[in-house]
Ligand binder design. Structure first.
Ligand SMILES: [Zn+2]
Length: 463
């Protein structure tokens, strides 16, 4: 089955046909780096990582760009509210640049722990101001902008297709959206900022043909995607919350600047529901810790879970479905993952039956290529329980199955097991000198020693 994906623009599954044979260009909206990544954001990045791996499994050379928003994203997707970066900078008494680097590094650390492959290009908004100004100049020349004392605006009335993907009716925006009105000089409520002006208290400022200021949020994604992938590229991803404002505005400014199609396939990941429903932050905080699902990956690890159990949990819901995230679902995913790691390679029913293997493989492939039906993929793989099949599709699943099953397979001598148990006890009692001595003992026996949420783990050093 050829790879089909659901295109938000047409609201249909379509066969993926790339612009250039054998290649796939992919742009994903990245983090605003003012805080640790929320597990909800990480669900979107796991979906995009699966897409990237599925494209590669189908033989495409993938060029994946994911931006880092280190300037000018307001508290909402509209233009109003305080700047998230600026707010964090005040909260932590650091410069916005320091804040951005710190949380960018934290995000990359989370990606690695979740086996999210690092995109080929991770451009930072602050390093692409020139490209953003160039697009605004093109828009100005073509008559799509107007300037007020507050900002350079995009005039949405000039783009008849505005809001097409989101199926927005501009009239309704006047009443339904209260975040869009920033200043009285704005002509239409849906008009959005390309370049902010006259904001002397803002810490990040650049000079521009319109005066000192800083870019609106949306323009950065147009600038960085087109710079690295060309003015028309294959796939653009993001969370569903990006459809009505951010992606709608990206399309408007990109297509008006270039005069042609911006993106060929739009794909959007659904929400992660914390605690199993649309729960407010305050309600979540009222829950006891053991009932409240962790909100960051570090919290998840600190509470003793394997980060890959979270990845496995993400695979159990389709990316276009809302997913309930509860402590119970995380526990179930941990148990399920341990079961996979316990798969016995020596009892593989499919290993020596080429025909049966081909049939099974095709079933998995068809599910995967049907708009990334990962819950079915995982279901089929679990039903066969074939080590060889798991390993082949782990190129897409990213669950480290080969690595972890080998570790589980290795039977440790009793003397080593005793040392490990003694060390875990010493660590639990915070007896660090004892724990260090036992560590040295294990190293002397020829083992590498690591600390994981499950306690001491060892691996025999290869001689
Ligand atoms: Zn974006």
């Amino acid at each position: 089955m050829a790879l089909t994906i659901f295109n938000t623009m047409t609201r249909r599954k379509e066969v993926f046909v790339p612009l250039e044979e054998g290649k796939a260009s992919l742009y994903c909206c990245g983090l605003t780096v003012y805080n640790y990544a929320h597990v909800g954001n990480l669900r979107t990045y796991v979906f995009e990582d699966i897409l990237r791996r599925v494209l590669r499994f189908n033989g495409y050379a993938v060029l994946h760009v994911q931006n880092v928003t280190d300037v000018g994203h307001m508290t909402s997707d509209g233009d109003a509210g305080e700047d998230k970066m600026q707010k964090a900078s005040e909260r932590e008494s650091k410069s916005p640049w320091e804040i951005a680097r710190f949380y960018e590094e934290a995000a990359v650390r989370d990606y690695k722990r979740l086996n999210i492959e690092i995109p080929e290009v991770m451009p930072r908004a602050t390093e692409h101001i020139v490209e953003m100004i160039e697009i605004i100049e093109r828009l100005e020349k073509r008559g799509y902008t107007y300037t007020t004392p507050e900002a350079v605006y995009f005039d949405t009335a000039k783009f008849p297709d505005y809001g097409k993907m989101a199926q927005l009716r501009l009239e309704s925006q006047r009443t339904e959206r209260d975040d869009v009105i920033l200043d009285e000089t704005k002509r239409n409520p849906s008009d959005f900022v390309l370049w902010f002006l006259n904001k002397p208290t803002h810490l990040m400022q650049w000079s521009s043909p319109w005066g000192a200021g800083y870019p609106g949020w949306h323009i950065e994604c147009s600038a960085m995607s087109m710079k690295y992938l060309g003015e028309t590229f294959d796939i653009h991803c993001g969370g569903v919350d990006h459809i009505p404002v951010h992606h709608t505005n990206e399309i408007a400014q990109s297509e008006c600047a270039t005069g042609h199609l911006f993106v060929r396939y739009w794909m959007h990941g659904e929400f992660l529901l914390m605690g199993g429903g649309k729960m407010s932050k305050s309600k979540l905080l009222e829950m006891k810790e053991e009932e409240r699902p962790p909100s960051t990956l570090q919290e998840l690890i600190d509470r003793g879970y394997d980060p890959l159990a979270y990845r496995y949990l993400c695979l159990q819901a389709h990316y276009r479905s809302e997913q309930n995230f509860t402590v119970e679902s995380l526990e179930a995913a941990s148990t399920g993952l341990r079961k996979i790691y316990a798969t016995d390679p020596s009892r593989d029913t499919l290993a020596d039956d080429a025909e049966a293997y081909a049939v099974a493989r095709q079933r998995v492939l068809d599910a995967m290529n049907d708009d990334l039906a990962m819950p079915q993929v995982v279901g089929i793989l679990n039903s066969y329980g074939s080590y060889r099949l798991w390993i082949e599709f782990d190129a897409v699943l990213g669950l480290d199955i080969a690595l972890r099953t080998q570790r589980a397979e290795e039977v440790l001598p009793t003397s080593v097991q005793n040392l490990i148990e003694a060390r875990n006890a010493a660590r639990a009692a915070k007896n660090w000198s004892e724990s260090d001595a036992l560590r040295v003992g294990l190293i002397e026996l020829g083992y590498d020693v690591a600390d994981s949420p499950q306690g001491t783990t060892v691996k025999r050093r290869l001689l």
